[in-house]
Design a protein around this ligand. Structure first.
Ligand code: SAM
Length: 256
């Protein structure tokens, strides 16, 4: 049903067959989109549920008409740990990483990161993820975690049992694509079925790159150092290239 507008709602707004719209959602549906009573839209609960819903006469609620079965998610759990670039670069990373299917984004404070985002900035990133999820017809809105230090983030990945890659701009390291096409990794993915998903973590650095200590720390935590090609990519470009490669390999079930 591509012609219907999509709107992310919180699961708590859906009760039985009814959706209780927030004031901002009422404004968006009725003033911005100029929909009225009897008009339909698709409510996405951000956790996989899509519901064709009809605006009620009160304009404050909508009736759920039917549940839709859609599958637009990647067959893996994909986490992006990205050092925060200066300016509004992280906004671009959040929107585009969401379009590419990321499950979780972890903003990193690294040795060469200057940004220390305010709570308002975090709110904005979460809103951008929601908008990008609506636009790209995702079933799930990715989680944007609070920023953490690089070492804390690396420690946290130890609990995930994930395949972890750290993108480094220089040096003789294998290309991410050749690592992803590893036979063992692909056969392990094939053996798992939802809700069990293979976890992949990608780490990308800031404008100034990783410090030597950071790379050493990640290597000690079983991160594989990878290249994204022979050119030096901007800190906002590298995550997009890396996530595109991961999505292509797993979505198309490439076999070696
Ligand atoms: N000033 C750094 C240097 O000279 O090494 C370059 C940093 S680059 C602008 C920002 C980040 O993007 C890097 O830390 C790395 O994670 C990633 N990156 C950029 N180009 C890359 C490439 N060709 N291969 C792998 N990672 C790359």
């Amino acid at each position: 049903m591509p012609e219907l507008q999509r709107l992310v709602v919180a699961p708590t707004q859906c009760q039985k067959q009814q959706i209780f719209l927030t004031e901002a959602q009422q404004h968006y549906l009725c003033r911005v989109l100029r929909l009225g009573a009897g008009n339909r839209f698709i409510a996405m609960d951000g956790q996989g549920g899509w519901y064709v819903s009809e605006i009620e006469a009160s304009l404050t609620t909508a009736t759920i008409i039917e549940s839709l079965y859609v599958q637009t998610e990647l067959p893996i759990a994909l986490t992006l740990m990205a050092a925060m670039p200066k300016g509004s670069g992280f906004e671009q990373i959040v929107s585009q990483a969401t379009e590419l299917g990321v499950s979780c984004i972890l903003p990193l404070k690294s040795d060469r990161t200057l940004l220390n985002p305010s709570p308002r900035k975090l709110e904005r990133w979460r809103r951008l993820a929601q908008e990008a999820a609506e636009q790209s017809e995702r079933q799930v809105v990715p989680t944007i975690l609070d920023p953490v230090n690089f070492t804390t983030a690396i420690e946290q990945t130890k609990t995930l049992d994930a395949y972890c890659y750290i993108c480094v701009a220089r040096g003789e390291v294998p290309h991410l694509l050749s690592c992803l096409l590893d036979r063992d990794l692909l056969s392990k993915t094939a053996q798992l079925s939802p809700p069990q998903l293979l976890s992949v973590v990608i780490a990308t650095g800031p404008e100034g790159g990783w410090s030597d200590a950071e790379v050493k720390f990640a290597k000690a935590a079983q991160f594989q150092m990878v290249s994204l090609g022979s050119r030096i990519l901007r800190a906002v470009t590298a995550p997009i290239v890396a996530l595109s490669l991961v999505a292509s390999v797993f979505e198309n079930k490439i076999c070696v």
